[in-house]
Design a protein around this ligand. Structure first.
Ligand code: NA7
Length: 523
């Protein structure tokens, strides 16, 4: 198994309990995955912690106490470490070990895995638990190497504290990572210049200490709460129901009142106010315009507010959940530079050049995201049957079946990968579902005397077509997001996650298992 983040930890626990010998190989010197790597100021989860947490152990979910509504990165890392200790996982985790190659040995029907320092392992099954957002994207800016100050990427942040005091900071990127750190850096830096290619929709997190009454209420029936969440399209948010009518079927006043109520509640609840926000562009525009109205009300300079107002559909890129983001642009030491029409030209030794002008900086922050979904696998020398490299297999986009398996790559399971609800679900819910499915599948193979399971090419083609068809019925194709690979130059524009909702997806996976792994070839 590759990766000791939330996916790898639970997979180890579950598969070990099923009687398998499991080894987890982790590149980092610690467990924690995403929450080990993304330690920039303000890093925190954007789904409430009572929902973004494991459900597999009742004692764990009862006893663990989150301090805030949305846990911060250090607390999430403590949680991962607690889980590793509590379930005695460490003895089967090999840290500081990056998997560099995995080749399927057809004669022996097993995988041969190598690390970057030349160690090797043999495995019947491989679970890729490396996370869809684990390969940082560093744009190839001219002159980047010649920048004289530190260059920090949000997803590879230093472990020592970074002192922004008295510094002129340039920051590129206004996705979730940029939106979380911009207010905190602005408070410390002498100046902060933000380079924005696409304006972000951000809704207030309304973070704060976890309400003990709410915690007690949920913990009184945590299993029921989890079950209700699993019936939600996103796998979370069951405490709030959408309006029974479509967005445009209610009066303006009623619509605005509901948007306002959700804005006050905070977080993703705004996107759940009406059922059609993500499927109907006109409905979406009503919600988008509500947020633009908020931006205009918060940001005092109308020209800056106009630049901060997004024009793409809301939710088309992942919604940002913020604390004080727009208000930061009212500070005298913060400048917003729009690079949507004129891209960053180059990085100079002491600044960033855009629109023919050099913006002075002595520290450069890249909050420029990830090569999502495919990057983590294609950078490994991963070869299936006939020596087929995953890079070649996925040249035109990430072919897969059920978002878990790839034809030609027997016994390989890719957790929360392309073709699954992954990024559209509370990811720990998606992880638990995948691992339970994998454990059952491996059990079935053993019970039926089969050594390998492999998606058929037909099942794979149909699944990918279905993922795209579903996406076409939503607003997601109407912007340039990492869901589409559009943030990486040269990457094929293919919609990768499954937008059909978690319950339908889980039911489909269950049906495939019930039907004796329909769509798979087993030998
Ligand atoms: P995102 O959401 O991919 O954001 C990256 C940002 O960096 C985004 O604003 C990009 O603009 C910008 N970017 C990327 N390349 C460039 C170049 N070359 N020039 C200017 N700007 C650029 O990554 P995050 O880390 O913020 O969040 C990823 C996920 O982690 C998030 O969705 C949560 O699930 C947690 P663009 O929008 O592509 O125009």
């Amino acid at each position: 198994m590759t990766g000791a983040g939330f996916g790898g930890l639970y997979a180890l626990h579950k598969l070990r309990a099923s009687g398998l010998a499991v080894r987890v190989l982790e590149a980092a010197p610690s467990v924690g995955g995403t929450w080990w790597a993304n330690r920039y100021p303000g890093a925190r989860v954007d789904i409430q912690s009572l929902e973004y947490s494991y459900s597999f152990s009742e004692p764990l979910q009862q006893q663990w106490r989150w301090s805030e509504r949305y846990a911060s990165q250090p607390e999430l890392l403590r949680y991962a470490n607690h889980v590793a200790d509590r379930f005695e996982l460490r003895r089967d985790i090999v840290l500081n070990t990056r998997v560099s190659a995995a080749h399927f040995d057809e004669a022996a029907a097993c995988w041969r895995v190598r690390s970057d320092v030349g160690r090797s392992w043999r495995a019947r099954f491989i679970v890729m638990a490396i996370g869809p957002l684990s390969t940082p994207n560093t744009p190839a800016f001219d002159g980047l190497d010649a920048f004289t100050g530190p260059v920090l990427h949000s997803a590879a942040w230093p472990h020592e504290p970074v002192d922004f005091g008295g510094r002129d900071v340039a920051l590129v990127g206004t996705g979730s990572s940029g939106v979380q750190m911009i207010p905190l850096i602005a408070e410390q830096a002498r100046t902060l210049t933000v380079f924005q290619r696409t304006a972000a929709y951000a809704v207030p997190a309304r973070n704060g200490p976890l309400d003990p009454e709410r915690e007690a209420r949920i913990k009184a029936d945590y299993a029921g709460f989890r079950a209700r969440n699993r019936r939600m399209r996103a796998g979370f948010g069951s405490e709030l129901s959408p309006h029974p009518l479509p967005t445009l079927a209610v009066t303006d006043a009623e619509r605005q009142a509901l948007f306002e109520e959700r804005w006050q509640i905070g977080g993703f609840s705004l996107l759940g106010a009406f059922v059609d926000t993500l499927t109907d562009l006109r409905a979406n525009e009503a919600c988008a315009e509500f947020v633009r109205g908020k931006i205009r009300a918060i940001v005092r300079d109308p020209a800056v507010a106009a630049r901060l107002c997004p024009t793409h559909p809301i939710g088309c890129k992942r919604l940002c959940v913020d604390t004080g983001y727009y208000d930061t642009y009212n500070r005298a030491n913060v400048t917003l530079v729009d690079v949507s029409r004129a891209p960053i030209e180059r990085i100079a030794p002491h600044g960033v050049v855009s629109g023919g002008r050099e913006h002075r900086a002595d520290l450069l922050v890249l909050a420029t995201g990830f090569d999502a979904f495919t990057g983590p696998l294609t950078r490994i020398d991963l070869r299936g049957r006939g020596g087929l490299h995953i890079r070649d297999k996925w040249r035109g986009g990430p072919l897969n079946y059920l978002g878990l398996t790839v034809a030609g790559f027997p016994n390989l399971f890719n957790l929360v990968g392309p073709g699954s609800t992954s990024a559209f679900t509370s990811v720990i819910t998606a992880i638990e579902h995948h691992i339970d499915w994998i454990a059952e599948c491996i059990g079935w193979l053993a019970a039926h005397g089969r050594q390998t399971l492999e998606a058929s090419a037909d099942a794979e083609a149909q699944w990918v077509a279905r993922v795209n068809q579903i996406a076409e019925q939503t607003v997601y194709p109407h912007c340039n997001s990492w869901y589409l690979g559009a943030n990486i130059p040269g990457k094929p524009r293919i919609f990768m996650p499954l937008a059909g909702g978690f319950p339908a997806y889980a039911e489909r996976c269950a049906a495939v298992a019930r039907d004796g792994y329909a769509g798979f070839v087993t030998r």
